[in-house]
Design a binder for this molecule. Structure first.
Ligand SMILES: Cc1cc2nc3c(=O)[nH]c(=O)nc-3n(C[C@H](O)[C@H](O)[C@H](O)COP(=O)(O)O)c2cc1C
Length: 324
């Protein structure tokens, strides 16, 4: 039975914190639990790999567009593919059906080591890799997210939400999230047994999600977590008109759900999602396709105006200032 499960479930722990730090300890506790249940597990600390920052060239999406027009063209992937370790990390991740990610809060948000890694995933858009056969089978990977900080929520306000914002491009479905608090020095988290227990509960939740048929999977984290009932983020903002005029009074900064900000029966603020409030839900393929439309239209509009700015563009390119 355990052997059968081991074949079925493979979980990667991804740590952006220090070796022997709090994030690594939390991940080890969670992975040990998953191993006990029969999963194959592995632990990657991003400090051990060469991870170059995305160059911003968008060569990947240009190639994807070209292949959509002409499927005989070959996808060469990211321009950095041969230059660092990201390609092999992503390839391995695409063989896992569970991922646990632990990231330290630096200046209220995920550390740059993590965002550097996450922002390389544009070149590895899963539905595209599946369509061209680079990835053979959709792993339908579920994720548990752990933020780690020395403070409480007030000094970690953007970490989980920014982590969640990287999930769409990484094609990971978040089933649980947790913020480790008041753990400022390596090992501090062990002085909070309740926080360690919560991390182990996350392992159970990830296991449960992997055991559940893809279409029946749901949120397994804390029921009242966050303000947005769609993705459980705590970040909502007063909405502005989108590129095509769509507008909501309030929007979730993470998933894009729209509606009104209300106070629920327990006096807690909640985003009450409008009847059409999920048309921009970034979890939804259709909504993301609409965003692709926006990108294409913005590009076409620019191309139409490009000649009119050529001289000015050249003038800026040639402008030089002293540097360090
Ligand atoms: C550059 C830097 C910035 C930090 N900023 C925050 C912060 O804004 N909020 C917070 O709660 N902790 C902050 N911390 C503390 C770390 O999040 C904390 O030490 C955490 O345990 C590190 O995780 P690790 O042990 O897995 O490496 C900061 C630490 C560093 C080095």
């Amino acid at each position: 039975m355990a052997e059968e499960a081991a074949r079925k479930h493979k979980v990667m722990g991804i740590c952006a914190g220090m070796h022997n730090g709090n994030g690594e300890i939390a991940l080890k506790a969670a992975l040990a639990r998953l191993q006990e249940k029969g999963a194959e597990v592995e632990l990657v600390n991003l400090f051990d790999y060469n991870i170059l920052p995305c160059t911003g060239c968008e060569g990947c999406t240009m190639q994807m567009g070209a292949i959509a027009q002409d499927p005989t063209k070959e996808y060469k992937g990211c321009v950095l593919k041969e230059k660092d370790d990201v390609d092999r990390l992503v390839a391995e991740m695409h063989t896992c059906n569970g991922v646990l990610i632990a990231v330290p809060s630096y200046d209220l948000q995920p550390s740059s080591l993590y965002t550097r890694f996450a922002q390389r995933f544009l070149a590895y858009e899963l539905s595209f890799l599946l369509s061209i056969g680079v990835v053979k089978e959709n792993p339908h990977t579920v994720a548990g997210l752990i933020a780690v900080g020395g403070s409480k929520h007030d000094w970690q306000t953007l970490t989980l939400e920014s982590l969640q914002a990287t999930m769409f491009t990484m094609s990971l479905t978040v089933v649980d999230r947790f913020m480790i608090q008041r753990s400022a020095r390596p090992g501090s988290v062990l002085t909070y047994p309740e926080q360690m227990e919560r991390v182990v509960k996350m392992a159970d939740n990830v296991w449960q999600a992997m055991e559940t048929p893809v279409e029946e999977r749901t949120w397994l984290g804390d029921k009242d977590d966050g303000v947005c009932p769609n993705c459980h983020s705590s970040l909502v903002y007063p909405g502005d008109p989108h590129w095509d005029g769509v507008e909501f009074p309030w929007e979730c900064a993470v998933c894009g759900a729209g509606g009104d900000l209300v106070t629920d029966e327990n006096g807690k603020p909640r985003l009450k999602i409008a009847a059409n409030g999920l048309i921009r839900d970034r979890n939804d393929d259709k909504a993301r396709a609409e965003h692709l439309n926006e990108i294409i239209k913005t590009r076409i509009e620019f191309m139409q105006k490009r000649d009119s700015i050529q001289d000015e563009y050249k003038r800026y390119c040639e402008m030089e200032f002293p540097t360090v």
